[in-house]
Ligand binder design. Structure first.
Ligand SMILES: Nc1ncnc2c1ncn2[C@@H]1O[C@H](COP(=O)(O)OP(=O)(O)OP(=O)(O)O)[C@@H](O)[C@H]1O
Length: 273
């Protein structure tokens, strides 16, 4: 049962400018006996406030693509534009959450969150207020003055998420952010992310190995092919929002999940050859 909004999206021509435009992107890395082609001719338009999930076998270039959008790596050829401007480096319009939390071990939880706000010029009082607000959002207010080493892996990742959300970037780039979390925390953070995406009108690019997660979150799921990474196929997830854990029981959800799973598995088998 397709949602009304997704039927409209599929039927109407897209007049808006893409938020992110990925054009003929290629990335090679020099290695001892030649080069590795991490990405080959990747093309994708991501619309404002769109939620894109990205799946594909290990090593197919997902992180490379995210890093180039983030401005953390340079493409070998091709380009990425955000709001029509070519990306040449990181920018405050784009926030990144990695699988490994990348917190400063010498700073307390609240100082870790305040750090990004400081870089963006917020006053001391504003930094504290925002940091507290987002710590509450990830249910870690009681740990504001703890150090990362005193937290579990899941808690550290929640701090990293709060840090990225607190600066309120228009684009959220997330590289398996929930991969290391227990199932309950993961489900909770998926629902929180969907709420944040809808209320704050963010554009999300979300990499995951978990096809179920890709489908519960994304409006479209990008399937990347085995190395050299290309965008192999894009599947529309025609299931209306709001979605929550019960959506996972929906027959249409299960159908889409199985279809994507089979395609990703095929790519995985290619890697094994
Ligand atoms: N700095 C580097 N030097 C050489 N090769 C690299 C470098 N970074 C990535 N690669 C290679 O580029 C390819 C794509 O890597 P990438 O990390 O983007 O894949 P991925 O799809 O994110 O993998 P995973 O799902 O395992 O995280 C891989 O073959 C990887 O070995």
């Amino acid at each position: 049962m397709a949602g009304a909004s997704s039927i409209l999206t599929a039927a109407m021509p897209r007049l808006e400018q893409p938020k992110i435009k990925i054009e003929n992107l290629r990335k090679t890395y020099p290695v001892r006996n030649g080069e590795v082609i991490a990405l080959n001719d990747a093309n994708l338009d991501i619309m404002p406030n769109e939620f894109i999930s990205v799946v594909g076998p290990s090593g197919c270039g997902k992180t490379t693509l995210l890093n180039i959008i983030a401005g953390l790596e340079q493409a070998t050829s091709g380009k990425v534009e955000v709001d029509g401007k070519i990306v040449t480096g990181p920018g405050k319009d784009r926030g990144v959450v990695f699988q490994q939390y990348a917190l400063f071990p010498w700073k307390t939880v609240i100082k870790n969150i305040e750090f990004g706000l400081k870089l963006r010029g917020y006053s001391k009082a504003e930094r504290r207020e925002k940091a507290e607000q987002y710590l509450e959002y990830v249910n870690l207010k009681d740990f504001a003055h703890a150090y990362p080493k005193e937290l579990s892996g899941g808690m550290k990742q929640r701090v990293a998420i709060a840090r990225a959300y607190a600066v309120q970037p228009e684009v959220l780039l997330m590289d398996e952010p929930f991969g290391a979390l227990d199932a309950q925390t993961r489900a909770q953070l998926q629902e929180d992310l969907l709420k944040t995406w809808q209320t704050e009108k963010k554009t999300c690019f979300f990499i995951t190995h978990d096809v179920e997660e890709a489908v519960i979150l994304g409006q479209r799921v990008v399937i990347m092919s085995a190395r050299p990474g290309r965008i192999k196929e894009i599947i529309d997830v025609d299931i209306p929002y709001p979605r929550d854990q019960t959506t996972k029981m929906d027959p249409r959800f299960i159908e889409i999940k199985n279809e994507i799973w089979a395609k990703v598995y095929k790519e995985y088998l290619e890697v094994q050859k």
